[in-house]
Every structure is written in C-alpha cells, then in structure tokens.
Design a protein around this ligand. Sequence first.
Ligand code: 6CS
Length: 316
Amino acid sequence: ETWKYSLEEAIDEVQGVYATKFKEHIEANSDHEIQIFPFGTLGESNDTTELAQMGAIQFATASPGFTGSLIPELQVFLLPYVLPEDQAVLEDFYKTSDTINEMLAAKYEDKSLHLVDMYPEGEVVMTTKEPVTEPADLDGVKFRVMTSPMLIETYDAFGATPTPLPWGEVYGALQTNIIQGQENPMFFVESTKMYEVTDHITYAGHNTFTTAVVANKTFFDGLSDEDQALVAEAADVAFDHIMDYQKGLTERSEEKILEAKPSMEVTVLTDEQREPFREAAQQVREAFVEEVGGDAQAVLDGFEADITASKERVGN
Ligand code: 6CS
C-alpha cells in the first residue's frame, strides 16, 4: 500500500529531511511505501491538512501556525517567550509532555486527525526591510504571519501591523512591498531566499518554530497494532534524526546568507532590548486564555509545568 505524505516545505528543508527518514524506516521495515508531496505539489498548508482530514492523503505536516485556526488550543505554541530556548530542554519537552501527547493529541482526534509527532524547526527570527531593535520600529510595518489568530495578536502586541498570508505569497509580497517583514527560522530564511527581499535579520528569542506530523484518523485507527507501532517507531527515529540534523543549522544558514548577501544586517537583541517584547508577550498570553477559552488555561498551565519538569530532568 502507498501512503501519501505532504509537506509545507521542500524535500531538502527540515520537514523534508524528517519525512525522508520516516519513509526510509517504514519502507525498510514493512511492505508499505510512502510517497512524499513537497510544498507546491498539493497546495498550501490549510489545503493539505484538509486532504489529511478527508483521507485523500494519509500523512501531512501541519504547523500550529496554520492549524491553530482549526484547533485553537494549539496556539499555545505561538505564544512568545513560553517555549524553552535550550535545545536539550526543548527536545525532552516534545518527547515527554503529557500536555502535548495526551491533551493536545486528543484535540486532533476531534478533527479526524491523529497526532503522530511534533518537533521544533529552530528559533524564529524577524526579517525586515528596516532595522528592528524595539517595538516602536515595527510601527506601521506590515508584518506577514502565518494564519493562526495568536500570531496576529503577537505582532499586534509587538507594535506591527500583522498581515496573515499563506506561505506561497510571502516572497512576492515582500518583493512588491505589500509587506515589509516576516518571521521564520534561519534555515528557511536562507533556503527560500527571504534575504533577497529583506535587509535586516533580528533575533529576539521570542519563539521556536514548531511543526506537527498528523495522520488521517480513520486510516490510523484502521492500521494493525503492528503498523501503528511501526509508525510510532518511524516517528521516533525521524525525531532523533531531525534534532541531530539541526545542530548548528541556524549558524550555518546565517553564514550562507552573509556569503550570498554581505550587506545583510544581523542583530541579536540584548536582554535589555528583549524586555519590551517580553512585556508585550504578557498580553498575548491573556488573549490566548480569553479568546480561545475552552481548555486554553489548562493547556498553558500544563505546558509550563511540563517545561519546568523537562528543565529539571535535563538539568538546565
Ligand atoms: O512561514 C511559513 O509559512 C513556513 N515556515 C516554515 C519554517 N515551514 C513551513 C511554513 O509554511
């Protein structure tokens, strides 16, 4: 049987590297085959998530930056300054968090999806046409965000004019000055050549990009126990691989950008410069609890308790 697996990225980007490892493991240990559909072959993220919900494809990579519109509690991943920055803590957290693997996983089931895995794709940086060292610099800047409402809330709180757009429109919108900024991990800024259409990169340490691998629920529930275990095992193997693959990736990507465009200005905000952004983050947490309602408070509390537990376990 051939299982279809869609990506929001190209085959040689992080999601593609993960999916390739996942495919290799499944194919080496069963008669199943996996056909990967990179970004651009089946549509934007929201389209491919729908295809997975309907069962037209079996697997999809679906980032909370988009899926937060479908499952509002997922937007906890978008809240600034909540996820730990330390990679070992982050890794432990994704692996062990009951809030992710039980509470949020159950919410996917309600939407005809099974949560296979979640993994980080690196620290998010802002790329803009003008320098950004304080929220006032974002005044009047149309800043592209993924389509989940809490990202709009975040950039509103940061002082920008948030502009939600699907990924496929971002390069052109920067080129034609419809928007003047966007955020993404450094590897993606490099691979998609975002640096060609912006002049400044700013590290504010406000978030890590999180993505999720989902399966169609009816498909997954219908698999034999053996195949369900194989999928979980392939995800574990791919998770470890992608964590390893990403070591030093941000730094290497930054070097490549500076090689391609030496005039690119890279700024790492100091703790003091991050302070007003941290303060603004408070109102985003409040908006998450109030606007999302439902289990939002419980999810946020569970998230923070799990992060604290991971920090203690890892010793950071
Ligand atoms: O900004 C986006 O929309 C995209 N960013 C990443 C890192 N992956 C896929 C997503 O569509």
